[in-house]
Design a protein around this ligand. Sequence first.
Ligand code: GRF
Length: 202
Amino acid sequence: MKNIVILISGRGSNMEAIVRAAQAEKWPARIAAVIANKPDAGGLAFAAQHGIPTAVVSNKEFSTREAFDAELQKTIDKFAPDLVVLAGFMRILTAGFVEHYAGRMLNIHPSLLPKFPGLHTHEQALEAGETEHGATVHFVTAQLDHGPVLGQVAVPVLPGDTPDSLAARVLVEEHKLYPRVVRQFVEGHVGINEGVVRINEH
Ligand code: GRF
């Protein structure tokens, strides 16, 4: 059994999709913990209701990124993670933290990377006049939203779209993409070696 630790900051709908898929599809993995950097993160309640250990490491209680990341790392490592999944975890991470989880930390970003790294991706896509938008799952590396890509999903941008309507269309697909990639990882079908992604579906 592989241990997955999921980090959230808010509603946690991607975390929820991963928890549900892991249970329904009987992955060789357990969700060992859900950890939030905000005490009021909505997803914590869902995790607790599903018997998943939860923890909060509140960034507000730390005066530096280094101190916060050190405490977060300590908390994560109590659960002996094979994989750390960032699911709407809204923090810029220090290089040391990223290095500690090299090759075993994933993120989902709501754009077709390398387009639109950073915040407000749906607004950015609309302003740029894109006809397609989407989401990307990638390994986390020191450069924000730039790690090697493991999977992407695209949706059309429709006439009259607002950032919210576009976000909702992307989110539906995120909930399929992220569980699929996490499952491939825990089943040993994807990995990374010296910065090069290895994908082996069979
Ligand atoms: C998702 O759109 C994800 O791609 C982005 O933040 C949002 C988090 O939503 N990083 P949720 O907390 O998983 O519902």
